[in-house]
Design a protein around this ligand. Structure first.
Ligand SMILES: [Zn+2]
Length: 285
């Protein structure tokens, strides 16, 4: 992705090596889970917020070596476990970590086998002695997606809403492109100094990256509309190589979900009609 003019980070050694705790700011540490892959980049970022009292954000896959690393880093000071969403690369370790630490499990909703002790609505706050962490509801990638705003450092833990190094897959019906764009604008309006994403390194030009995300989606939407208009009526299988010609073919099986999400948004805007991943779509205007 990038292209946003990233410069070197002066005081931070940003290692994305799995299992190695990395201090990113006075209140933020990161441990990368050992689950690298095409959809997870270097692996899922697990964040530890705070020193005296610790919130673990996204404990990741249920992997004992990763849980050991989290526990070694946060110890008995782990008071809360907070989930950005319940996808399998972010949430499954929550139950084991709760068992190990007695921490309170916080999430937007009960889903995917996750049963939170406390549900966090938009604006809900985790109050620690040194800091406040505020939940920001950001549906789009997932309906139950939260970002977390660390007020003291103007830092946003963005989960899969914004990633470093790639765009985000929007898979209907839980994934919703119109909601996703609204959630990007919501984050863009916040006074951010940095974004700590669910995958990849710290993002130090948050506004430039979010602007790029919004522009990129709108460009893709236009491409989808133009491709469909050229055919008048077509299926996703026909549109895919035209609209995602710039994306490696290996990613096309995933890209078709985002294409479907774009078509659903265009349908919501009244510009196309159609249904489903395999159905026929037609322009209306
Ligand atoms: Zn996800």
């Amino acid at each position: 992705m990038s292209g946003d003019g990233r410069t070197e980070t002066a005081s931070v050694v940003d290692t994305l090596e799995p299992g190695v705790p990395c201090a990113l700011s006075p209140l933020l540490r990161r441990i990368v889970a050992p689950n690298p892959g095409p959809m997870t980049g270097p692996g899922t970022n697990t964040y530890l917020v705070g020193v005296d009292e610790v919130v673990v954000v996204d404990p990741g896959p249920d992997d004992s070596s990763h849980l050991d690393a989290i526990e070694a880093c946060g110890g008995e000071r782990i008071r809360w476990i907070a989930l950005t969403h319940t996808h399998p690369d972010h949430a499954p370790a929550a139950a084991s970590l709760r068992e190990r630490t007695g921490a309170e499990l916080c999430a937007f909703s009960a889903r995917d086998g996750i049963r939170p002790d406390r549900r966090l609505a938009d604006g809900a706050v985790i109050d620690a002695t040194e800091f406040r962490l505020r939940a920001v509801h950001t549906p789009g990638h997932a309906g139950n997606h939260l970002c977390y705003f660390l007020e003291e450092e103007r830092l946003l833990l963005s989960g899969d809403h914004v990633m470093a190094g790639s765009t985000v897959v929007i898979k209907p019906p839980d994934g919703d492109m119109a909601a996703y764009l609204d959630s990007l604008r919501k984050v863009r309006a916040m006074p951010l100094r940095a974004i700590a994403p669910g995958h990849g390194p710290l993002i130090e030009e948050p506004n430039a990256v979010v602007d790029w995300y919004i522009a990129h989606r709108l460009e893709r939407e236009q491409k989808v509309y133009d491709a469909l208009a050229a055919h008048g009526s077509a299926t996703i299988a026909t549109l895919l190589p035209v609209v995602y010609g710039d994306v490696p073919e290996a990613l096309h099986p995933v890209a078709r979900y985002s294409l479907h999400a774009h078509l659903r948004k265009l349908a919501g805007d009244g510009r196309v009609v159609g249904t489903g991943l395999r159905g026929r779509w037609t322009v209306t205007s």
